[in-house]
Design a protein around this ligand. Structure first.
Ligand SMILES: C[S@@+](CC[C@H](N)C(=O)[O-])C[C@H]1O[C@@H](n2cnc3c(N)ncnc32)[C@H](O)[C@@H]1O
Length: 345
């Protein structure tokens, strides 16, 4: 495996996670068209563009990322096209290009160091800032939600999207606090969480997870509809991938990894019972996708040492076969949190 290194993002450095593995599993070839659906600070995009004479559609819902991408545009000119949109919109983006189909899609999920390290974005409990947490241009912030949402809805979100065992207690304390004082900052929220469940995390010796990690993660995923975005793109993208094209996804927590694993199982015909993508006669040659690598890849120990943020990463990959695409169905429901969100619109 060739070793490449890129740190991008100007003053807020972002080191692309599993860069070598991404470039290798995408099986890049000159003349092909690739999509980086999570451009971030452009580390992976730069790696792709430097690997061969291919074309790249760079997509990010964050305006700041697309501003950074202007630098790459100067360098790679007409080989890179920028789109300040959500990756769930990829079918429309690809339909509007002359290519109509692509040879590979990369999604490196979650937030970038640019977003996490900037206190004004409100993603980090370690930096004081406005409780914002928006990746793109949604109309409501984390503060809007936290000061209004029903206690039982909040507890459900913290339990399901953060896997926080004490979700009910955290939700109750947040709702009690906001009766007297509006919650507007990351430090305020961090303090409420630490006071309510800090004791439980002190008891878990050896595990270095901060009491606020799970609740902040849950609220971020909810605000940005991260699971809905992932489900939408994966259930619509298959027919846009040329044969031998690959989908490569890096996840950072078990909730999104489970979604990727399940939908990949459907697309490769492993979940026989529920797959509606599979051609009726599903012999090996008619599968829409196959697994070119076994299960998933993890970062090497030396990468984790150099970039601790990579430690929870898992890379999964599937490859499009030559089988004809017969169905175009959005088979997964994304309505679960939609109703709660609609009350804030
Ligand atoms: C982990 S970072 C990607 C870092 C990037 N691979 C690099 O090397 O710099 C994730 C990026 O994806 C973006 N993002 C997350 N969800 C998105 C979505 N649904 N649509 C478009 N961009 C999204 C975030 O705004 C963030 O910039």
């Amino acid at each position: 495996m060739k070793s490449r290194n890129y740190s991008t993002g100007g003053p807020f450095h972002h080191i692309p996670v599993m860069l070598n593995e991404v470039l290798d599993t995408l099986a890049l070839r000159g003349g092909n068209v690739y999509v980086d659906g999570t451009f971030g600070a452009g580390g992976h995009s730069k790696g792709i563009l430097d690997s061969c004479k291919c074309n790249l559609l760079a997509v990010d819902r964050d305006k700041k990322s697309i501003e950074i991408a202007q630098e790459l545009k100067k360098e790679y000119d007409d080989r890179i096209e920028l789109h300040n949109q959500s990756f769930s919109q990829l079918p429309y983006i690809i339909d509007n290009t002359p290519y109509k189909k692509i040879d590979g899609l990369l999604l490196d999920l979650g937030i970038s160091s640019l977003q996490l390290d900037n206190p004004d974005r409100g993603f980090s409990f370690q930096k004081d800032g406005p409780l914002d947490m928006r990746m793109g241009s949604q109309s409501f912030t984390a503060a809007d939600i936290l000061n209004k949402i029903r206690e039982d809805d909040l507890a459900m979100i913290i339990r399901e999207l953060g896997e926080e065992r004490h979700s009910k207690l955290v939700a109750r304390k947040i709702c009690e606090y906001r009766k007297n004082t509006k919650i507007i900052s990351t430090y305020q929220l961090n303090e409420i969480i630490e006071k309510s469940i800090g004791w439980s995390y002190k008891k878990q010796k050896g595990k270095h997870i901060h009491p606020s990690t799970r609740t902040f993660q849950a609220i971020r995923i909810f605000i940005n509809q991260e699971l809905e975005e992932l489900i939408l793109v994966l259930s619509r993208i298959a027919k846009y991938i040329n044969s031998e094209g690959r989908i490569v996804i890096i996840t950072f927590h078990s909730i999104e990894d489970r979604i990727v694993k399940n939908i990949f199982s459907d697309l490769t015909g492993q979940n026989r019972a529920i797959s509606r993508y599979q051609p009726e006669n599903s012999n090996e040659n008619e599968k829409l996708f196959i697994y070119p690598i076994k299960k998933f890849l993890k970062p090497t120990d030396s990468e984790i040492l150099m970039n601790p943020r990579s430690r929870s990463a898992k890379l999964r990959c599937i490859e499009r076969t030559k089988s004809a695409f017969r169905e175009n169905l959005d088979i997964y429901s994304t309505n679960k949190y939609e109703q709660i969100l609609s009350e804030f619109r």
